[in-house]
Design a protein around this ligand. Structure first.
Ligand code: SF4
Length: 217
């Protein structure tokens, strides 16, 4: 049977595809057929967010990677495994969180037999943003945690710099308060073991600060 698709020919964004009475399940189902930007042709499938339906913190990365694209689940590749370790070290239960991406299809370039990550452009981020906004609307997290510059600039603003402002809790463009830290993939790209350990230590420290922020007072 042919796959149902949510077409929005010529649409600049996925906004026309958001269900009128959105629930998490309805939004996820609609996103599965999204063709609002050209990335649907390159990725295997839409990789929607997953996790708690009542998350205190909603973590936002850039886009699914190779393993996520094949599995159809976010944060299950090498960066996701590092993220799980860091959450555990910071005392955060991943089951209590929700993870997603600003762009929900894998953008890649061929290099030999490998598919290499390619950064989504501003138009693709803008096209996909309604899915993220719908996730935030139905899940009502207390804090958005941007992982890396693409998420931070989409959710907090173009002038936000993760290098200077990581860990600050600031207003977001999409409702709840937000903060930002590095994307776990940047830790994997550290030049040597010592740098990787130091980056991991700082990442866990940021996550522990987020846990303390979310603790009931
Ligand atoms: S990347 Fe986002 S906007 Fe583009 S086709 Fe995929 S789900 Fe739709």
């Amino acid at each position: 049977m042919p796959r149902l698709t949510s077409r929005a020919p010529g649409a600049a964004t996925a906004a026309p595809l958001i269900p009128a009475r959105p629930t998490w399940a309805r939004v996820k189902e609609a996103a599965a057929g999204c063709r609002a930007c050209p990335l649907w042709e390159r990725g295997t499938q839409t990789v929607f967010g997953e996790g708690s339906r009542h998350p205190a913190a909603l973590f936002i990365g850039e886009q699914p990677g190779n393993e996520e694209d094949l599995a159809g689940r976010p944060f299950v590749g090498p960066a996701g495994r590092l993220f799980d370790r860091a959450l555990a070290e910071a005392g955060i239960d991943r089951a209590q969180t929700y993870v997603t991406n600003v762009v929900k299809h894998f953008k890649w370039e061929p290099r030999g037999k490998r598919r290499i990550h390619a950064k989504p452009n501003a138009g693709e981020v803008r096209a996909c943003r309604p899915w993220l906004e719908a996730e935030i609307l139905v899940l009502k997290p207390r804090l958005l945690v941007c992982l890396g510059a693409t998420a931070a600039q989409s959710v907090i603003g173009k002038d936000f710099r993760v290098t200077r402002q990581r860990g600050e809790v600031v207003p977001s463009l999409v409702g709840p308060l937000a903060t930002a830290t590095v994307h776990p993939s940047s830790i994997l790209r550290a030049p040597d073991d010592a740098a990787r350990r130091e980056e991991m230590r700082r990442f866990v420290e940021d996550l522990a600060r987020i846990r303390r922020f979310l603790e009931p007072t």
